[in-house]
Design a binder for this molecule. Sequence first.
Ligand SMILES: [Zn+2]
Length: 550
Amino acid sequence: MITPFSINLRMASRAMLILVVVLWSITAVAARRERLINNWRPVNYNVAITFNDQLSEITNARAEISLLTLKDKVSVIDLDFGELEIDSITIEGRAAQYERESGSLRVILAKPVLQNTRLVIVVSYHGKPRDGLILANDKAGKPSAVGDNWPNRVHHWIPSLDHPSAKATINFSVTAPARNVVVANGKLSRVETTANSTRTWTFNEAAPIPPYCMIVAVGDFAELQPAQTSVTPLAYFVPQPDRQFAMQGFAPATPSLKFFSETVGPYPYEKLALIVGATRFGGMENSGAIVFSSTLFDARPPGSDPISRTFKIRSSLVGLVAHEIAHQWFGDSVTESTWSDLWLSEGFATYFAGLFIQREDGEEAFQAYMKNAGEAYLNYAKRTETPLHDTETEDLFKLLNPNNYQKGAWVLHMLRSELGDKAFFNGIRDYYTAHRDSTASTEDLRAALEKASGKDLRAFFKRWVYGAGHPTYDLSWEWMLKKKTLKLQLKQTQAGDYFPNSVPVEITTPTGKHRFVLKPTGKQTVQEFKLDGPPSLVSLDPANTVLKEN
Ligand SMILES: [Zn+2]
């Protein structure tokens, strides 16, 4: 997803900052505790939801959870569930005992079961969710209901195991007023007209998806389809006032789907719906049903954003559409194993949106995109010393930071420079194929890139991913006339250990420009290069391939 960082900054008032510093000093050494998947895992959710006429409440809902036990002697299934009122719970068709406390629903089994036992729990409930499913009017004042679950808010409307790695398939059956359109993950299998001017829409998502990507969207949508065929059935669902903007605004969708399919692997889902509606993010990458903020097509101050050469819309809109679509591969299909691996979702979506811009709008637009990303990270790095692989931050929303987005993108960009395009993209494709419809860790990515390139990347990952910060370089040189040799000395002046990645230099002599690569082995590196004449200019990292402080 994309989140407006400026809002996050505004929230950090001075008083808050003091509190944060105090809390940080207490909790700094504690690793974040994540929701564990140790006794059972969900296999499929079959969720039927009926809304009232004004979409202000769930009249009744029924979640059928098929699960598998992972151990012997499992006696309780601990679901995550919010505040909605429970009408009944059954296990294998029999009424079950349960206990509720804040955010959790413990369903007691009649007797302990063995490992690999398949169980079906059915929870019937109703009410108005406090979060996760946003029941609010759209920008035209029409009632709407839109799921918005990142990072762990789906349990406010679906009893579930609410951790990204607990992926499952899902079927939605949504009954809503006949005047409304319903969209959800997966293939629409049927629409039935039911009693009292309502319709029931049934969707099946056959690929396992992370719980934060499970959504329904109900509203007075205008539905549009692009003229060109795409790699998957593609449609836009927008509030009526946005009808006039959708075709041009979403124009990057078809070529980006094609580009990512060719670069990474086949599109992972049955269809793609691009929806404009309620989300607290700029865009939210729900599998096959992306939701963009209601302000997506609103006018911006003139000159606030460059215009895309290819699409004739704001570059940031091109980047946002491509970012959310890239997530269908990275984040949705290959899901981060833990929250510490979030950069495998956000860093990838950020970088692949950049690669799409490079392809469509050219090298200059891509360089500007990466430069902006670098600056956003460097500004953030002035205030924090947290590793990209962040095992400590407790507030998951605070993980939506320039480390996971922009630094993550830069780490991929540097790996690409380090390995070369062929090995890098082969490694990415292997990584994607091996973990498609499943989860991956940072170590899985390292292993795939090492296999594709034959290089040992432990030192690179240790410094760039598991460590904090970035290099600050100081390059000096000496021309040794007799030996016709240039001696280059590269110092890394940042705190902490050295960064092991290669650093290109470009030397200008009377005969032209010469490229060399410095290979740091410590905080100070000295290398000598034969040259035909004295240098008139020595320039460090001329193509801007290393994230660094200048
Ligand atoms: Zn994202």
